[in-house]
Design a protein around this ligand. Structure first.
Ligand code: SF4
Length: 416
């Protein structure tokens, strides 16, 4: 079947939809009817919108796709508390989203309501290439369109609606580096937080970055919009060079300085994510470095045991070591949460299902990768920094980003 080249309707701003109806001589209330059916009704096809005349439905159907992630496979895990979705896009690209259910629980300061959080992708694959991440191993495919980002959320919300539940949170922590597809991510956030469209409060949206400093500075200039999360993983440059290759372009102190400015200007605390790997970044020296780096900042630190990923020589840190690091950070007044892994049996770590579909790399390639990681992390633990420039894929992604003209808001720094 030829690929579906129709643009996704959920990616268009309401003015564009209204203009499309006006150009065809339809009354303006038709645009409102379509808008209601798409956002409040969760429509996935024009044919299902009974409020519109058949001829209008046919016109819409010929022009727009109402569901760009229609070809989806769901896997359940954690006693149905985790739903991993593998979406095949119109061009065959595979992306993933994960819907996580958190039952209501009684807390010291009163009852906490149940939460339903969807973790979505912003790119197919990723150029950053963090070695503990299955997406990083896949390499970069392409940026997602605004509709492909938003439709992952709409799909999760529809599944919840069949159980009379509502989506409470969206996190951009799936496949891809959101700040390397920032224009589309901002358009998606705007659609998700617009009361006339998806209508989720911006405070319930979190966008994560592995440390694209110009992107963080651009968000700061735009003002408070959502929670910013930074995937830190290590506070010492030699180790972070290995765990987050982007660190060779923007070192950790620069990333934290940009995040600190963001917190100061927006008044919103930064969420720092630290994936802990046994014997690699969970030593006493790592705890000290992390505490020293973040002490006094408006932030929250999430410690996460590494999700087992094929083709790495690493495993998750033992819980007692994670607790020791948490205690070390708390001693310096930092707010810390230890997160537990979700959906290991359904491959919930970002990119695992797509990697499965991509097939096994050849055994010598896997062996070489493991060998390189052992060598690089051992050198980093000894304080040695990597001298090679970022891999070709990452360099190309940074160059492509530099050439883009921002569609929204001022730019206070450019990627160079
Ligand atoms: S952890 Fe995030 S930034 Fe790093 S390779 Fe995976 S998707 Fe990309």
């Amino acid at each position: 079947m030829p690929p579906d080249l129709r643009p996704g309707l959920a990616g268009l701003p309401p003015e564009a939809v209204a203009a499309w109806f006006a150009e065809r001589g339809h009354p303006s209330f038709r645009a409102r009817q379509l808008n209601d059916a798409l956002w409040a009704g969760g429509a996935t096809s024009a044919a299902s919108i009974r409020t519109l005349p058949t001829t209008v439905r046919a016109e819409i159907d010929a022009t727009f796709s109402l569901d760009t992630v229609a070809d989806t496979e769901i896997r359940l895990g954690d006693g149905n508390l985790t739903e991993k979705a593998l979406h095949r896009l119109a061009d065959g690209a595979l992306i993933e989203s994960v819907l996580m259910h958190y039952p209501a629980r009684r807390t010291a300061d009163g009852q906490q309501r149940e939460r339903h959080t969807v973790c979505i992708s912003s790119q197919a694959g990723c150029a950053v290439g963090c070695p503990f991440c299955a997406t990083g191993e896949l390499g970069f495919g392409r940026d997602l369109t605004t509709a492909e980002i938003v439709d992952q959320v709409r799909a999760a919300a529809r599944r919840l609606r069949t159980h009379a539940r509502r989506l409470t949170n969206v996190v951009f922590m799936g496949m891809g580096e959101p700040l390397l597809n920032l224009d589309r991510v901002l358009e998606a956030v705007s659609a998700l937080s617009d009361p006339g469209r998806f209508g989720l409060g911006a405070r319930h949206i979190t966008v994560s970055t592995s440390g694209v400093v110009p992107g963080i500075r651009r968000l700061t200039a735009l003002g408070p919009q959502f929670t910013l999360a930074v995937s830190l993983h290590a506070a010492r440059d030699p180790l972070r060079d290995v765990l987050v290759p982007l660190n060779r372009r923007w070192p950790v102190a620069e990333v934290v300085a940009a995040a600190r400015d963001h917190a100061r200007v927006t008044g919103r605390r930064i969420s720092y994510e630290v994936t802990l790997i046994d014997g690699v970044n969970d030593t006493e020296a790592d705890g000290d470095a992390l505490a020293g780096l973040l002490r006094g900042d408006l932030c929250h630190v999430n410690l996460i045991p590494m999700n087992p990923v094929a083709h790495t020589p690493w495993t998750a840190s033992p819980m007692e070591r994670i607790e020791r690091i948490a205690a070390r950070l708390r001693r310096d007044g930092l707010a810390v949460t230890i997160r537990r892994n979700r959906g290991q049996e359904v491959g919930a770590a970002c990119g695992q299902l797509a990697a499965e579909r991509a097939g096994e790399p050849a055994a010598p390639v896997v062996a070489r990768r493991r060998e390189l990681l052992v060598m690089r992390s051992a050198a980093a633990l000894g304080g040695e920094r990597l001298t090679e420039p970022p891999e070709a894929g990452l360099a190309a992604a940074l160059a492509a980003n530099r050439d883009r003209t921002p569609a929204v808001g001022p730019v206070v720094a450019t990627v160079d």
